[in-house]
Design a protein around this ligand. Structure first.
Ligand code: ADP
Length: 488
């Protein structure tokens, strides 16, 4: 699955980088070393030729670039009478070094071998003497060459040699076994390759475990997240340490919290709605069941009751719809004259019978608000005051300015909210028996609060046994400073 492929990808990258790095480092070092050996080999061969010159008394200074130049031939010797003598002298006196061999050719044939035992016997390397002879048929330049044949790998130098006046052509050949010269380097690099392979494997193993450890929290996160379903939203993923993964875990937990709250509140709303609808259905059904169709008076009463209950249900459905819309619907705010709005709400309230409606104060200020929604909320408070305060008592409606805010309020002389129930009445379907019986849906105040919140405001209630005051407090961002204020 996904995570193991991430682990594999990490591992492949680690191993790839380690491998390429080791190959490049090793390869470069190997090539540099080989180059150095090649130079050292050529230097040594040249040294032998220099020595040969010294033996035959050729005292020309080394030009430093003897190889391939005509002057480099060992021909100026004066110490020996014949070419054979000179060649014999050279081979007897110059002791071949490590991995070296030498030959003396006269007229293309092997005439002399070193006086002491050398490590390689050039005379018994098939084809070597012939090749060296063929290369020195013409000219008298010192030449360098490489001989690879039948498992032998030689670097050699041929130096023509002749005593003055002697027609015989001699060639001093010195050669070095390149296989042997490279043996140490090859051994070292074989060890290097083994160690490097071990290092890559070790890196891979460590990388596999480290990647596994690093991905472990992600795996835990993913398995925990897959366990958490709508039906088991209470589980949270344990947070370990302080890194990117723990922050991701916290974010995911936070998301589950919000999901949990939203689903819980939806469930509660659904439960409440079911419960709320059951009561009117039971009432209407009960009455219809017991109804005597012949009794006209009873039919009339039951009809009224049924319509009443159905109206309540319709109101309930309307309010649920509104409550559901509120969080998503931004209020259509516009500059509104609060004093005018207060007078309007008062005028609308005045038609409700049973109370003395008083326009107590008007705030002379223009505030950004959604007049339709605010009127709706305000009238809800008016409706509550009418419902829950005794008939004939006055209800005061007013607005006033506060620091950076405007207050829209309704004051009644009812029995007030029982202490401790202030929070309850703002809950959905939260109802409290305030003396005149429970008559509402319990959705009125949540609606008022929802509308206030949508405007960035809030609702406050102060209540005592002699009356309640509900205030919608809205922010006044325009900061208008009009006169008049709280005049009635
Ligand atoms: P309802 O539709 O039941 O009126 P609300 O959310 O408007 O629902 O009110 C919730 C409860 O708050 C009511 O049941 C009532 O007990 C209490 N309440 C609201 N307004 C007043 C008020 N002006 N005076 C006394 N109690 C009130």
């Amino acid at each position: 699955m996904g995570l193991s492929s991430v682990r594999t990808r990490i591992l492949v990258s680690i191993i790839g980088v380690a491998f390429v790095g080791l190959v490049f480092a090793g390869g470069a070092a190997y090539l540099v070393q080989r180059d150095r050996i090649a130079h050292a080999v050529d230097d040594r061969l040249l040294q032998r030729v220099e020595s040969a010159r010294a033996v035959v008394g050729d005292d020309r200074p080394d030009s430093g670039d003897a190889v391939g130049s005509a002057e480099a031939a060992v021909t100026h010797g004066g110490g020996y009478a014949t070419t054979r003598d000179a060649l014999r002298g050279v081979l007897e006196r110059i002791v071949p070094g490590e991995h070296e061999g030498a030959l003396g050719l006269v007229d293309g044939r092997v005439a002399f071998v070193p006086g002491v035992a050398s490590e390689i016997h050039l005379e018994s390397v098939p084809g070597f003497a012939e090749r060296a002879a063929a290369e020195t048929v013409e000219g008298d330049a010192v030449q360098l060459g490489t001989f690879v044949d039948s498992g032998v790998w030689l670097r050699y130098m041929t130096a023509p040699l002749a005593a003055p006046g002697d027609p015989q052509r001699g060639v001093y050949v010195v050669a070095l076994d390149l296989d042997a010269a490279h043996a140490d380097l090859d051994a070292a690099f074989t060890s290097y390759a083994v160690i490097a392979a071990g290092a890559v494997i070790a890196t891979g193993l460590v990388g596999w475990f480290v990647a596994g450890r690093l991905l472990q929290p992600v795996r835990r996160l993913s398995s925990a997240a897959s366990r958490i379903t709508v039906n088991a939203l209470d589980e949270r993923i344990p947070v370990h340490g302080r890194d990117e993964v723990s922050r991701l875990t916290e974010t995911v937990n936070g998301m589950f919290d919000r999901l949990d709250r939203s689903i819980t509140s939806q469930r509660r709303l659904l439960d409440d709605v079911r419960h709320e609808l059951k009561t009117p259905i039971t009432i209407v059904r009960g009455h219809l069941e017991l109804l005597d169709p012949a009794d006209a008076e009873e039919v009339r009463a039951t009809r009224e009751l049924a319509i009443d209950e159905l109206d309540r249900m319709a109101e309930l459905v309307d309010r649920i719809e509104l409550l559901a819309e509120l969080p998503d619907d931004a209020p259509a705010v516009e500059p509104v004259d609060v004093a005018a709005l207060t007078r309007e709400v008062h005028a609308k309230s005045s038609v409700i019978a049973g109370h003395d409606w008083v326009l107590a104060a008007t705030a002379d200020v223009v505030v950004d608000l959604d007049p339709r929604r605010i009127t709706q909320a305000w009238l809800q408070l008016v409706d509550n005051a009418a419902k829950y305060s005794p008939e004939g008592t006055p209800v005061r409606i007013g607005s006033s300015r506060a620091e950076g805010a405007v207050q829209l309020w309704v004051e009644d002389e009812g029995p007030g909210i029982p202490p401790g129930a202030e929070a309850r009445i703002f809950e959905r379907f939260g109802r409290v028996n305030t003396g005149r019986g429970i008559r509402g849906s319990g959705l009125g105040l949540p609606l008022v609060e929802g509308i206030a919140l949508a405007h960035g405001g809030r609702v406050e209630v102060s209540s005592s046994s002699v009356g309640s005051r509900f205030v919608i407090i809205l922010p006044n961002d325009r900061g208008d400073r009009a006169d008049g204020g709280d005049g009635a």
